[in-house]
Design a protein around this ligand. Structure first.
Ligand code: AMP
Ligand code: GLY
Length: 425
């Protein structure tokens, strides 16, 4: 069968890498892909917006049987609806279901309707009432652009002044464009974060291995948030009690609620959690795999991904389809210095082969491209250097050994990925 991966980051390289191992896949494609994905798939650059007709014409001409969508933007824009209208199999939620990520207002009001635990909140469409609310509530408090903002629209404010500035940036300066038409202001939650991901077939959900990412740019989880500077799996904070709570009190009511509201959910549902002293609370829903979490989770999945995707599309997902390797995985993101702010690209990357020769190591490309026969940097997050190991500690050691072999100008990575798991062991 011919499979297509939509997207061009580390997550999509991990999906393509997993699909390439399937005996069912005869040919792999990616739109747009990157230099790493190009080693496994034929890459094309086609528009991922509007009515998706150019993409669909090409999919039909190539006879592509199954499409997997990596990022949220095409899902929210209706790529699944467009494919289904033309009878093409595609894994992901349709646009109405993807609103769980596309609109934080929708997600928060949905959680309130279905009594899913989440921070207390208010939604505002004008800055003045939002300012009055934060003054009444006091700090710390969290101000979020309601729409899609590439993971950067949530601002945790330690002081009232920061909260007023956040409202200003989102609603007045419109740093995130239309995503800031509305803000969600919510209570600050204290605890440890974890990512809980499930595959859904409209009715049932099967959990993937747990994971944790590191969003801030600096060690010790300090500094501005990025898309994620590293991840590991499993996350010990998701113990059996947390797991059961999340399935019973969050995932099951969410799937039932979406179906009841006429938005049955098929695809990946990612639950961003804060494990507080009072129990797990939902920080956010995403309608796709986490990045870099997927780069730590997928190498641990022992089973073929294709039958899982087919079962999800046919409404017959079950836990027995998923077999997990006992090893832990750690993914360290190597980024361009300056990210998440301004950075330069186009620098040759050296040492990839040497890094990949280390036992247990898999390299996922994020912002890379091939130029004049060599692989060069082409984005903020450049590589996801991933390793499997018998324990999180050994996986981390291998990943860092691999990082030390890779060089490019301005390379930056955090040296403390997985520290929370290591502190527990
Ligand atoms: P979000 O995009 O809503 O997941 O927020 C991005 C990040 O901001 C989260 O991963 C948390 O680190 C932080 N965050 C979001 N909401 C809260 C909250 N209510 N309390 C504390 N931190 C939060
Ligand atoms: N790593 C966080 C996310 O994918 O949203």
């Amino acid at each position: 069968m011919k499979c297509l991966v939509i997207g061009g980051g580390g997550r999509e390289h991990a999906i393509a890498w997993k699909l390439a191992q399937s005996p069912a896949v005869s040919k792999l494609y990616a739109v747009p892909g990157n230099a790493g994905i190009a080693q496994l798939a034929e890459c094309r650059s086609l528009p991922l917006e509007g009515d998706f007709s150019e993409l669909l014409n090409w999919v039909e001409a190539e006879g592509i049987d199954l499409t997997v969508v990596g990022p949220e933007a095409p899902l929210v824009a209706g790529i699944v609806d467009a494919f289904q209208k033309r009878g093409r199999a595609i894994f992901g939620p349709h646009a109405q279901a993807a609103q769980l990520e596309g609109s934080k207002q929708f997600a928060k009001e949905f959680m309130a309707r279905h009594r899913i635990p989440t921070a207390r909140f208010q939604v505002f469409d004008r800055p003045e009432p939002a300012r009055e609310y934060v003054r009444r509530q006091g700090a710390p408090i969290v101000v979020k652009a309601s729409g899609l903002a590439a993971g950067k629209g949530a601002i945790v404010c330690k002081t009232l002044q920061e909260a007023e500035e956040a409202i200003e940036r989102i609603m007045v300066a419109r740093e995130f464009g239309d995503a800031g038409d509305r803000v969600v202001v919510e209570d600050f939650l204290q605890g440890e974060e974890a990512s809980f991901t499930v595959f859904c077939d409209g009715e049932r959900a099967v959990p993937l291995a747990s994971s944790q990412d590191h969003k801030p740019i600096y060690e010790g989880d300090r500094g501005p948030n990025t898309g994620g500077m590293g991840a590991y799996s499993p996350a010990p904070v998701v113990d059996e009690v947390v797991h059961r709570f999340v399935m019973e009190r969050i995932v099951t009511p969410a799937l039932r609620g979406m179906a009841q509201e006429g938005r049955p959910y098929t695809g990946v549902l990612y639950v961003g959690l804060m494990i507080t002293a009072e129990g797990p609370q939902v920080l956010e829903f995403n309608c796709r795999l986490g990045d870099p979490e997927a780069q730590a989770i997928l190498p641990r999945l022992d089973s073929d991904l294709v039958p899982i995707l087919q079962a999800a599309l046919e409404g017959r997902l079950e836990e027995s389809l998923f077999r997990w390797r006992p090893e832990a995985a750690v993914c360290v993101v190597m980024a361009s210095g300056g990210y998440p702010g301004k950075y330069r690209t186009g620098f040759p990357i050296r040492g990839l082969e040497e890094a990949e020769a280390i036992e247990g190591v898999v390299l996922f490309h994020a912002g890379t491209k091939r130029e004049d026969g060599q692989i060069v940097t082409a984005g903020g997050r450049v590589l996801g250097v991933t390793a499997l190991g018998p324990t999180v500690r050994e996986a981390a050691e291998r990943a860092y050994r691999a990082c030390s072999k890779i060089t490019f100008q301005d390379a930056y990575y955090r040296r403390d990925i997985a520290y929370r798991a290591l502190q527990r062991s």
